[in-house]
Design a protein around this ligand. Structure first.
Ligand code: HEM
Length: 353
């Protein structure tokens, strides 16, 4: 059931879901998410301040798990409309489901092998335990009934999924059927894709800032300058667009720590590779080695060095197309590519204190 989502589907089924969901990822929707991130980030910083006041000798934090709590709050509110208050409630029920969803499991390892070697077996392997599938299915069912019966319309992604469900469940055209299973599978994938990716990237970002205080200071000054230019000192959605150094630092983090190390595609027809005499047969698997491209000395000078200057406006013409692909390219590139930029808001709050 859980594979019936945008990330795993192929062909017409994928195309149908991608077309229906794309309108949910516009800059207008991003703007609506801004206030959510604003509130979550402020609560997060308040919490950090309190912790450090309670620990006068210096606060030691597991930054990854702390950042995960923050992104749980952001993603659950933006996607599902749920208030988690994860930072204050580390023992919540949802945390158990989330940990179980993301922890490495044997199925994923087997799937990684069978998807190339035994695609027919692969389709029969679940990627999550039944308990997790049931949790997401139950969540979808409860929330569809609740919002439909009470005629509640929200601005979150769940609403987009419910609207698709309302228009397309029990469709005669199989590829366009979007029932509770499809809805639950997409909630699952948006949580996994939205939360783990952003939390990981943010963790690496902060680690680099700790290692490079000069870069951190320049970044902080950029954010403070924009903040000071505001009449009320309040940063707004549009403000982060002018923060070019912030983009450079984030891009360099994504170059060094792309969330996925490889991308896998399969040709659906014979494909002659341009400028070569090689033709790939239909059904050939093609692997893009993201890590190898991001660290290739053919494309990057001192690739092991953290250097945001590579992404400065005047250096951008030197970047070879295809050598920096943290969100992949083409029709199956990350649908949340621009939402992921919402991480910038988080950094903005963090450094504007
Ligand atoms: C740092 C943040 C993120 C990174 C680095 C990232 C990276 C990627 C990459 C590389 C792919 C393509 C995988 C492939 O080609 O095999 C992808 C696909 C996808 N991402 Fe993201 N992502 C991020 C954030 C998000 C967010 C915030 C969301 C949703 C709210 C999201 C939802 C998705 C979905 C649904 C797909 C599948 C799209 C399709 O196949 O049509 N991602 N992501």
């Amino acid at each position: 059931m859980i594979c019936n989502n945008l990330f795993f589907l192929k062909g017409q089924r994928w195309k149908f879901q991608r077309n229906k969901m794309s309108p949910a990822f516009t800059s207008g929707k991003q703007k609506a998410m801004y206030s959510i991130i604003d509130a979550c980030s402020k609560a997060f910083i308040k919490h950090l301040n309190k912790l450090s006041q309670d620990t006068p000798i210096g606060l030691e934090l597991d930054i990854k798990s702390t950042i995960e709590d923050l992104f749980t709050d952001i993603v659950c509110k933006c996607i599902l409309g749920l208030e988690m208050h994860s930072i204050e409630n580390p023992d919540r029920e949802y945390k158990r489901i989330q940990d179980a969803t993301l922890k490495p499991n044997w199925r994923l390892h087997v799937k990684q092998v069978t998807q190339f070697l035994m695609p027919y077996v692969d389709r029969k392997i679940r990627i999550a335990d039944k308990e997790i599938e049931d949790w997401f299915y139950g969540f979808a069912k409860k929330n569809v009934s609740f919002r439909n019966e009470k005629k509640i319309e929200r601005v979150d992604l769940l609403q987009t999924l419910i609207n698709i469900y309302n228009e397309n469940h029990n469709m005669d055209v199989n590829s366009e059927d979007f029932g509770l299973r499809q809805l639950a599978a997409n909630i699952f994938v948006f949580i996994v894709a939205g939360y783990e990716t952003s939390a990981l990237t943010t963790t690496f970002f902060l680690q680099k800032m700790a290692l490079y205080p000069d870069i951190q200071e320049r970044l902080r000054q950029e954010i403070l300058t924009v903040k000071r230019s505001k009449p009320n000192g309040q940063l707004e959605y549009e403000d982060y667009k002018g923060m070019t150094y912030l983009s450079m630092v984030l891009d360099e983090t994504l170059r060094m720590y792309p969330v996925l190390p490889i991308y896998v595609r399969r040709t659906i027809a014979a494909y002659p590779i341009p400028h070569s005499d090689v033709t790939l047969d239909a059904g050939t698997y093609v692997i893009t080695p993201v890590i190898a491209l991001h660290y290739s000395s053919k494309y990057w000078k001192n690739p092991n060095q953290f250097d945001p200057e590579r992404f400065a406006e005047h250096n951008k013409p030197n970047i070879v197309p295809g050598s920096f692909i943290p969100f992949n390219e083409g029709p199956r590139q990350c649908i949340g590519k621009f939402e992921s930029r919402l991480m910038k808001f988080v950094f903005t709050f963090y450094y504007s204190l």
